[in-house]
Design a protein around this ligand. Structure first.
Ligand code: UD1
Ligand code: CA
Length: 453
């Protein structure tokens, strides 16, 4: 059994969100608040992760892959001490227990590691705040040693003037924690079992109480309402933007990029304003992304340009391609090196061969397009017959005239030319010209109708 227990408190109500969704399931950068804390806790090495939930009921555990997580229901919620009491019997006596909060999403693993490196003490994560209102205050004796924590509602005016506050995050030796929890009472202003009362117990047993400070205040900021959520989103996005620039990407405006997942970039990548990256996105060297693009789960190889207003999802794009403006690339698409996909072109579940082009107003779905193919404006693969999807194959060097419908399943042979305006229902041979349209006629002495009376 691992010697570090991590307990994440997430049972609270989140009244101020005014939401039917439990607070910890609201998302920051596309991920539930609690998901951020779980992911951070998972970076603490081998540890047992215990989550206390309550408000929102089973929707909380159901939102996560419970693989390595243990969930404990706290009902009713009688305070932070009561929450930890519920998990207490399940904690491994050896080693320590780290307490985290499901609504404090941006705590950094490096800060927590500094806490877990302390030994033989109770470690509290504290910060000095200009405006400490609402927080528990850290009361120290004249030598500066921590004596206890007093909650705002129980504090005297003098105690309220203390600027050092309890962030709530702490690390305790597990066996001691268990014995302290048994002795908690609720004789206080809120009639709650305060976890913070363990500080006095540690002091009276002669166990040192140490304070650790986070690298930045935002690491310990909790979220109680949608204004704070939006504020934290901007803080997190700015941090991610700075990290990208450190890795060698240029951003037209670090305040106008949103990364909701994992974005990895090569060197000299340029991202223009208002781009959104979701899921897992990998971008190679010298890729340029124009303004207002949305990229989800895509991989783009070096030298490719994504022009403005393009939307790409579930696709792999090769080297030196040109995509957009206004392109829509849908899941299952692989675009090979040097291909061009232009404005108002939609491609779904298709492969596009090297140096092929579909530059204007087309739909290519369930198609296998070879190399050096030219798909004229307005070409549509009619892949759906109302019941099933069918495949279109366009072999190398084919030229599809504008406004062609390819009724799948159908194959256009290598090097074939399709005349503009054709409706292709049968496979076409290699080379030559195939067209299906009525011949043009001319009526010489045509008289237009005239208006009567
Ligand atoms: C607590 C601390 C306070 C600290 C503050 C930091 C106590 C008694 N006080 O304040 O010193 O400055 O956090 O934000 O610990 N929760 C449960 N079950 C409960 C009660 C709370 O899971 O029965 C969870 C909440 O979901 C939340 C966290 O614990 O994530 C903190 O609860 P909250 O009520 O926000 O904090 P306070 O008790 O006011
Ligand atoms: Ca409370």
């Amino acid at each position: 059994m691992p010697e570090l227990n991590v307990v994440i408190l997430a049972a609270g109500k989140g009244t101020r969100m005014h939401s039917s969704l439990p607070k910890v399931l609201h998302t920051l950068a596309g991920k539930p608040l609690l998901g951020h804390v779980i992911d951070t806790a998972s970076q603490m090495g081998e540890a047992r992760l215990c989550i206390v939930y309550g408000h929102g009921g089973e929707s909380v555990p159901l939102a996560f892959d419970s693989g390595d997580l243990s969930f404990f229901l706290q009902e009713p919620q009688l305070g932070t001490g009561h929450a930890v009491q519920i998990v207490s019997p399940h904690l491994n006596d050896k080693g320590s227990t780290l307490i985290l909060y499901g609504d404090v999403p941006l705590i950094k693993p490096s800060t927590l590691k500094r806490m877990t490196e302390t030994t033989d003490c109770l470690a509290l994560l504290t910060v000095e705040l200009e405006n400490p209102r609402g927080y528990g205050r850290i009361v120290r004796d004249i030598q500066g040693k921590i004596e206890r924590i007093v909650e705002e509602k129980d504090a005297t005016e003098q105690e309220k003037s203390i600027k050092e506050v309890n962030t709530g995050i702490m690390l305790a030796p597990t066996a001691r924690l268990k014995s302290w929890l048994k002795n908690l009472g609720n004789d206080n202003a809120q009639k709650e079992y305060y976890l913070t009362d363990i500080v006095q117990m540690a002091v009276s047993e002669g166990l040192p109480v140490k304070s650790v400070h986070p690298g930045a205040i935002w690491e310990v900021m909790g979220i109680n309402d949608r204004m704070q959520l939006a504020e934290m989103e901007r803080i997190f996005q700015k941090e991610q933007a700075l990290e990208l620039m450190r890795k060698g990407a240029s951003l037209a405006d670090p305040a106008r990029i949103d990364i909701r997942g994992d974005l990895s970039v090569g060197r000299d990548v340029h991202v223009d304003v208002n781009c959104v990256f979701e899921g897992s996105v990998k971008i190679g060297d010298n890729v340029r992304i124009g303004p207002n693009c949305v990229l989800k789960d895509v991989e783009i190889e070096e030298g490719t340009e994504i022009a403005p207003f393009s939307h790409l999802e579930g696709a792999e794009i090769g080297r030196n391609c040109r995509i957009g403006p206004y392109a829509r690339i849908r899941p299952g698409t692989r675009i090979s090196d040097g291909a061009h996909v232009g404005n108002f072109v939609e491609i779904k579940n298709s492969s596009i061969g090297k140096n092929s082009k579909a530059n204007h107003l087309s739909y290519v779905g369930d198609a296998d397009v070879g190399r050096n193919v030219n798909i004229g404006a307005g070409t549509i693969t009619c892949n759906y017959d109302g019941a099933n999807k069918h495949k279109t194959v366009i072999e190398d060097e084919a030229f599809i005239g504008s406004d062609t419908q390819l009724i799948a399943p159908v194959t256009v042979g290598r090097g074939a030319t399709i005349g503009a305006g054709s409706t292709i229902t049968k496979d076409t041979p290699e080379g030559g010209l195939t067209l299906s349209r009525t011949r043009q006629v001319h009526i010489d002495y045509w008289k237009r109708p005239e208006k009567k009376g």
